[in-house]
Design a protein around this ligand. Structure first.
Ligand SMILES: Nc1ncnc2c1ncn2[C@@H]1O[C@H](COP(=O)(O)OP(=O)(O)OP(=O)(O)O)[C@@H](O)[C@H]1O
Length: 681
């Protein structure tokens, strides 16, 4: 992947705007070929760079068990390789799985490939993502999230239904993909030993550390696919931008005033709140533009949007209207969004960071890697030439790290370790990871699982307990599944299922800073001195009472779309509980039961008030503060458990629940016996 730049003359915009300069066309990255969006689909397929390489590629793929395939964004890897394999009769005895790090990519790619094959989605071509399965007995090409293939591997570690597994966008190095590397490698070996049909594994990306991948997959050959179909012009700002939100806003409207309305814009930001705020500002400004400036439709895109809302970005804008998509990194890889001519890259991403020393996982806004920046640029220039405006200077680009640090090295590993054990991996401490997580992180995860009662140690080995097996049935973090499993003891399963679903669905409330007073007034009637979990539950109960009334949601700053999703998630979790023969019930208004249950399940995230009024996380003794959005912000409760930590100017605890010291002791007597303030323990 190219990363050196020349300095051609700067491209100037009007005074007061963000100034950019472009880099030079680079071979490979920016060389154009023919083709346009109105061409029939069959012709489009033949114009993709991959088409010319098809005979040699298939020759090699037929013979190889493992292959690493590198090709430019837009060269046709993801949509074409599965079809080529199928058409060439490779892997016909079973299914061809193509994994994606994100559900939106899996769904849209399956749609595109079904269209190219002129078949109804769910027949020959289908997809499986969390909470949705669109496949049938006829399905041969199955797009799926990496997490779903991993879940299937729990029931079938040899992945016997599959003859080919294509691990796409491997450079993203999500935890699930990294674990899958080990799972498919082990499945290949076992299938060979048992004389089963071999499993072919193809690892693909535009940017990856080929040596590392090749070495890991038994010195597997690397196949390079040259060229891209359409050119992409890259622009950098002339000066560093102190406020990327403002820079994005100005750039959107510079483009809007200058470019034809059919040229749509995709903007990469970091998170839901920022995106919703920018969307509102864009809509406000768009109402007061001078004559001659056409209308624009602004579409937010982030992971916690209900699936149907996410797919809105793929619909064309009305004629004469520009589509502006404001997205997190979920649109960064794999997707083709029709009409996108411009990409604006803030250069920032919200990602997990884990410190094994402190044992804490925090979400923080940080700079993207070069690989991510190239993926973002690659979302333009898919149907015709495009441009990418980077809201940072070329020097800043040069100082970015080349590859994203694998998630497995920067996240809490409890979920992964639980899944590995559920997969029957005999020695989780020594699992065949491509990039090993630190031994401290593994140890801390196993300790955490032991505290939760999910695993136990015998003679130096770690075993999954019966409780751990049940916990692994939920597609949730272990502390959530533990809390659900404990809930019948407190007769509060209905409440806990609601709360866990609310916490899994991200922001269900709007908090526009400009309307802070109004928000506070509206929330007051739901606000509980027992904490945010109970407050959220109160809001959810009220939402259900008015059956999701839109007007009520607006008045109370409730995100009706996300609340709708909470209901779906809750129904799915309830199904899993019923399969586990759990007795579900409600504790009505007795919120003490609910808090006690939360304390017992989520005790690892507990914090204690100090004599000077500050808080310390009990697990790690790190100083933490109550986030201003919490209903407990004004009070000074002695003990709380929190849902997550957010690192901005300080380390903030978000979503807090008031708990008693006794309950923490009851949850883990030995652990808290050592940690609690002497007077309380
Ligand atoms: N949904 C779609 N609508 C229109 N064109 C599409 C669609 N999906 C793919 N294409 C066309 O096929 C081309 C190749 O897409 P594909 O996803 O196979 O590329 P890729 O090499 O996997 O790229 P990336 O690494 O960015 O995922 C796109 O550039 C675009 O021209």
């Amino acid at each position: 992947m190219p990363n050196d730049h020349d300095h051609p003359p700067a491209k100037k915009f009007k005074p007061g705007s963000v100034f950019f300069r472009n880099d030079k066309n680079k071979p490979g990255m920016l060389l154009p070929r023919k083709g346009n969006a109105t061409t029939p689909i069959e012709v489009q397929r033949k114009q993709l760079p991959i088409y010319q390489a098809k005979p040699q590629l298939m020759n090699q793929l037929r013979q190889l068990h493992n292959a690493i395939l590198i090709g430019e964004t837009g060269s046709g890897k993801t949509t074409q390789i599965p079809q080529y394999l199928y058409e060439a009769g490779i892997g016909r005895q079973g299914l061809i799985a193509i994994t994606q790090p994100r559900r939106v990519a899996a769904i849209s790619l399956a749609g595109r490939v079904a269209e190219e094959k002129r078949t109804q989605l769910g027949k020959l071509v289908g997809y499986t993502v969390r909470f949705e399965d669109v496949t049938s007995s006829e399905t041969k090409l199955k797009f799926m999230t990496d997490g779903m293939l991993l879940r299937e591997a729990i029931g079938d570690p040899l992945l016997l239904r599959y003859t080919v597994v294509v691990l796409d966008e491997a450079h993203e190095r999500t935890v699930h993909t990294d674990v899958l590397f080990g799972v498919v490698k082990a499945a290949q070996r076992r299938r060979r030993e048992l004389n089963k049909i071999p499993l072919k594994v193809i690892v693909m990306s535009a940017t990856m550390d080929v040596d590392l991948f090749s070495e890991y997959f038994n010195k597997s050959p690397v196949l390079y696919l040259e060229g891209r179909q359409h050119p992409i012009q890259i622009y950098y700002t002339k000066h560093p931008q102190s406020d990327y939100l403002q820079a994005a806003l100005v750039t959107i409207f510079q483009i809007h005033q200058e470019a034809p309305p059919s040229h749509d814009i995709l903007v990469f930001m970091t998170g839901q709140e920022e995106i919703e705020a920018l969307a509102r500002t864009c809509r406000d400004i768009a109402k007061h533009l001078p004559d001659g400036c056409g209308p624009m439709v602004v579409i937010p895109l982030y992971a916690s949007l209900p699936p149907a809302q996410q797919l809105r970005c793929f619909q064309p804008a009305p004629k004469g209207c520009r589509k502006v998509i404001l997205s997190t990194n979920i649109a960064e890889t794999s997707v083709t969004i029709s009409g996108i001519k411009f990409v604006i890259d803030s250069g920032m991403v919200k990602a997990k960071r884990f410190s094994p020393d402190s044992g804490l996982e925090v979400l923080a806004v940080q700079r993207v890697s070069k690989a991510q920046a190239w993926q973002r640029a690659g979302r333009a220039g898919r149907e015709e030439s495009g441009s990418c405006y980077r809201l940072y200077t070329e020097n800043e680009f040069d100082s970015l790290i080349p590859m994203t640090v694998p998630e497995i090295q920067r996240c809490n590993l409890s979920s992964v370790m639980l899944q590995l054990m559920a997969l029957g991996v005999p020695d989780v401490m020594n699992f065949d990871f491509m990039s090993k997580p630190s031994p401290e992180a593994v140890r801390s995860a196993v300790n955490h699982l032991e505290l939760l009662g999910a695993v136990e140690r015998k003679e130096g080995h770690v075993f999954l307990t019966a409780l751990g097996k049940k916990m692994a049935s939920f597609p949730l973090e272990p502390r959530y599944s533990k809390t659900i499993l404990l809930s019948p003891d407190y007769s509060c399963s209905d409440e806990i299922l609601s709360i866990v679903s609310l916490l899994s669905v991200d922001t269900v409330l709007f908090n526009p800073p400009a309307k802070r007073e109004e928000v506070l007034a509206a929330r007051k009637k739901f606000s509980s001195s027992e904490g945010d979990h109970i407050t959220l539950l109160n809001i959810y109960r009220a939402f259900k009472k008015v059956t999701g009334n839109k007007e009520w949601c607006r008045e109370n700053f409730v995100n009706s779309r996300n609340m709708g999703l909470v209901k779906d998630v809750q129904a799915q979790l309830r199904d899993i509980c019923l399969k586990l023969n759990m007795k579900l019930g409600s504790c009505g208004a007795e919120m003490g039961n609910v808090r006690r249950c939360i304390a017992r399940g989520m005790f690892v995230n507990a914090a204690e008030l100090q004599p000077d009024g500050s808080y310390l996380a009990l697990d790690t003794h790190q100083p933490v503060s109550i986030h201003p959005s919490s209903v407990l912000f004004q009070g000074k409760p002695a003990y709380v458990v929190f849902n997550e930590l957010l690192h901005t100017s300080r380390c903030y605890m978000r979503d807090l629940c008031l708990v008693d010291a006794d309950w923490l002791l009851e949850a883990a007597p030995e652990y808290f016996g050592r940690k609690l303030h002497p007077s309380k323990s």
